[in-house]
Structure formats: C-alpha cells, structure tokens
Ligand binder design. Structure first.
Ligand SMILES: [Zn+2]
Length: 283
C-alpha cells in the first residue's frame, strides 16, 4: 500500500520544498531541518513569523477549552463540522485545521474516517503549548506550530479541506493550498454566543453584531456552498463558567471572575454560524 506523504512545506523564506520525515525530524531537499518534539509535534515557525516568544493562547486557556469539550460543552459544533467533512471528503483526504488548539476537531474527523490510514489530518497552531497538548492527546494527527496569518507551511493545491473554528482566517493562503474545488469551512461566533456570560461579565445585554465581512473577504476566491447555525444550551456550574471565561476572554479579569464566582449556576448559549466555501474553478 502506498504511504501517504503529508504535504508539509519548508518554511524557510523562498524555499518551500516538500518536507520529508527522517526518524525524529522533517527535512527538505535543501537540508533545512526541523526536529520533532518529544511529544510528537513539529515547530515550523520562523523567527520572523513569531509575534512574541510565547505566541498564541496561554496554556491555561487551551487547557480550559479542552476541559469544556471533555464535559460535552462545545461538542455539537465539533460533531457537526466533523460530520460535514466526513461526508464531503474524497477517499484519501488531506484535512487541515487552522488554530487546532488541543486537537479535538481533527480527532473527531479521524474517529469518523472509514479508513484511518488514508486520511491525513494536519493541525496548525501558533502556540507550542497547544501543539504539545494535541500531540499528547491525539498522536495519530500531525501537529504543526506555524503562524496561520502568514504563509501556510503546505504545498500548493494539496489540501482537500481547510477548517477554521473561531480562529484565524487567511483566504489567499487557503486558496493556494486547496485543490481545485476544495472546501473551506469557517465557523464564527453567532450574535447570541455566550450572551448570558457576557451579560454577567460586561453588564447589560451585549449581542455581538453579525460579521458581514466574512463573505466579502472570501468572495473573489470562494463561492458559498452552504451555511448553517449550530446552537447549544447548557446549565453550567461555577467550574465550567470559570473555564468558559478562561478559554474565551483574553486575560481573565479579576472583577469578571469574582462575578462568576458569585453565581451557583447559569444557563449559557453557545452559538456559531458555519459557512462552507468552495474554491472557485477559476482559481
Ligand atoms: Zn527548505
């Protein structure tokens, strides 16, 4: 049986050649070498692509989101997206998650695969803490540290599905790496997402405005194939509310945490809009 080679590209500027696995490292034909961490991820971040020495979400935020998912909070969205990818993907799909966090979405995709050996699942995150957690939890995936706002470390026209859940978006790079007719799934928070929590933290009702820039940003390269909303409601106790705060808001504010502590429980809505884009044939 042919071995599927993941289409990872060297991230040295102006190189971009295929990276091949050599025991504990990935190496390109120009011998640029990236060691594989003990936990199994590979760091392809170049110094110029790093925004800070500890880029990305803090480990506490990543751990908080993983705990929520383990309690079944946020899994309706993950399951719906994984199902959609499984139904639409070809026989030997390459699926890339931008902002893969602790890896639960790709794990759900891998769990659904009819033939796991034919699926290539690549999770990209700028946080080494995220890549490390994903690699420890889901060793069958390929976990990469890279800045998805910059050039994606992937070869042209090699990816069948790109997914971004509440994460970074990069239409030009997605169009470059997708095969003709490839699929891009983008999930964004819907206006009523976490509205009860925001009411407590910020005071007053605070419905987010719907993001109308998403379609415009993708219109030149992608057509909208489908669009659907996913909504969950949970009655949450203090520990889950704390995790929602840690996992959602950057820099948990002391005053917000105190207000959450004063609640025994709270009904919370999680709501997202998922847009399924197809790469235009002309691209
Ligand atoms: Zn190279």
């Amino acid at each position: 049986m042919a071995v599927v080679i993941p289409p990872l590209a060297c991230s040295v500027r102006a190189c971009g050649l295929l990276l091949e696995r050599r025991s504990r490292a990935y190496v390109c034909a120009r011998r640029h070498t990236y060691d594989i961490a003990r936990s199994g991820y590979v760091n392809l971040l170049q110094p110029t692509d790093r925004r800070s020495s500890k880029a990305g979400d803090r480990p506490e935020a990543i751990a908080a989101r993983a705990r929520l998912i383990a309690r079944g909070i946020g899994t309706t969205l993950i399951d719906a997206i994984a199902e959609r990818i499984t139904l639409a993907a070809p026989r030997e799909p390459v699926v890339v998650d931008l902002g893969s966090g602790s890896g639960e979405l790709l794990a759900a995709v891998m769990a659904r695969a009819a033939d796991r050996s034919r699926l290539t699942a690549i999770g990209i995150d700028i946080s080494t803490a995220a890549a490390e957690q994903a690699a420890r939890r889901h060793s069958e995936g390929l976990w990469v540290v890279a800045n998805a706002d910059r050039r994606l470390p992937l070869l042209d026209r090699t990816v069948d599905v790109v997914v971004s859940v509440h994460g970074r978006r990069n239409p030009l790079e997605c169009a470059r790496v997708l095969v003709p007719g490839g699929m891009l799934l983008v999930a964004v928070p819907a206006p009523e997402d976490l509205i009860e929590l925001r009411r407590v933290v910020q005071g007053g009702a605070v419905e987010r405005p719907r993001d109308h820039t998403l379609d415009q940003a993708h219109a030149a390269l992608f057509e909208v194939a489908d669009r659907f909303d996913i909504r969950e409601r949970h009655e949450l106790e203090a520990d889950s509310l704390r995790d929602l705060l840690r996992g959602t808001y950057r820099g948990e504010r002391r005053s917000a945490a105190a207000r959450i502590e004063s609640l025994a429980r709270l009904d919370v809505t999680l709501a997202s809009t998922v847009i399924v884009f197809r790469l235009r044939a002309s691209c």
